[in-house]
Design a protein around this ligand. Structure first.
Ligand SMILES: [Zn+2]
Length: 86
């Protein structure tokens, strides 16, 4: 059996390269529902090209990630968001 030494400090530094603290913002804010009209909020979950960011990057929980996808699709349909940005 090999013993793996956990080098916590170095791991954490590696993690911090791109992400801020990961947590589900919607759970933290205790939002009752996701507002698809809030484009500012939705846009923070999209890449600059208009693609949806994966939950592993944003830290959004599965439930809210689903809601978010739904909200973004809705927003796109009524032209609040674009499908693709140049
Ligand atoms: Zn959540």
């Amino acid at each position: 059996m090999r013993t793996i030494h956990k080098t916590k400090s170095t791991d954490q530094v590696k993690y911090k390269r791109f992400t801020r603290k990961k947590f589900c913002r919607f759970c933290a804010d205790k939002v009752p529902f996701l507002d698809y009209k809030d484009t500012k909020m939705l846009k923070s979950y999209l890449t600059e090209r208009g693609k949806l960011l994966p939950s592993r990057m944003t830290g959004t929980c599965a439930k809210h990630q689903r809601d978010l996808t739904e909200a973004i699709k809705r927003a796109r349909n009524i032209a609040l968001l674009s499908f693709m940005e140049k």
